[in-house]
Ligand binder design. Structure first.
Ligand code: ADP
Ligand code: MG
Length: 238
């Protein structure tokens, strides 16, 4: 079976159950948003999918292959963090190339990918600058670029726009939609901003206290929220 499959995922931190029996299938190329209040487990779930942390129970499969025990680097996914996580002492170009240099990807291919991503994200003029010399929006573009050059099967984005001001957030939203249309890659997008989720996602996963409350298209959630919590959260009448 193709796509990403989460089966009965549980994650405990000590005695605290943070993710409680989450099962979900994400299709190849789908844009799925995880939404829910702060602390509901969105980032934890994304980190489990990325392989940055291991579930306490359950399994994760990609294209039918169990990857629960496979390291983050070998999952074919790329994560974009809210905090950008760029290396301050490296140029933008070096940040983009970092991690690709000691792989099978040839030097010329790395250069071609950097040029392509820089053009796509309009960061070509900044390739020689350091992250500290860029605005927040430019830094976030570089962080997305660093994921793009890896050519991942799926992008995992954890509140990538939440550090940007409102105006920039709206324009970056449109850019992300265009990027998804162009790359046709799977995107799993964590946000606490329901407008972002409603405008970007094919399907929305509403989380609360580590459990899935409802999964559906934006229209389904709006028209038929499973309960008051979902209705309240996505701003539907209830
Ligand atoms: P969200 O991203 O939805 O705001 P998180 O996934 O970051 O939520 O956190 C979910 C819960 O798990 C929170 O109660 C948080 O305090 C707890 N948590 C997250 N990471 C850890 C950790 N490494 N150790 C202990 N508790 C954690
Ligand atoms: Mg979070």
């Amino acid at each position: 079976m193709s796509g990403l499959e989460l089966r009965n995922i549980v994650k405990n931190f000590g005695a605290v159950e943070v993710i409680r029996d989450v099962s979900l299938h994400v299709n190849d190329g789908e844009f799925v948003a995880f939404v829910g209040p702060s602390g509901c487990g969105k980032s934890t779930l994304l980190r489990l999918i990325a392989g940055l942390d291991k579930p306490t129970g359950g399994s994760i499969a990609i294209d039918g292959k169990d990857v629960t025990a496979i390291s983050a680097a070998d999952r074919g996914l790329a994560m974009v963090f809210q905090s950008y996580a760029l290396y301050p002492h490296m140029s933008v170009r070096e940040n983009l190339a970092f991690g690709l240099e000691n792989t099978k990807v040839a030097k010329a291919e790395i250069e071609a990918r950097i040029t392509d991503a820089a053009r796509m994200l309009e960061i070509e003029p900044f390739l020689q600058r350091r992250p500290g010399q860029l605005s927040g929006g430019q830094r976030q573009r570089v962080a997305i670029g660093r994921a793009i050059v890896r050519r991942p099967d799926a992008f995992l984005l954890d509140e990538p726009l939440s550090n940007l001001d409102a105006e920039l957030r709206v324009s970056m939203r449109a850019e992300l939609a265009a990027l998804h249309a162009r790359l046709k890659a799977t995107m799993i997008y964590v946000t606490h901003d329901q407008v972002e989720a409603m405008t970007l996602a094919d399907r929305i996963v509403v989380l609360r206290g580590g459990r899935i409350e409802q999964v559906g298209t934006p229209l389904e959630l709006y028209n038929k929220p499973a309960n008051r919590f979902v209705a309240g959260f996505i701003g539907a009448p209830h």
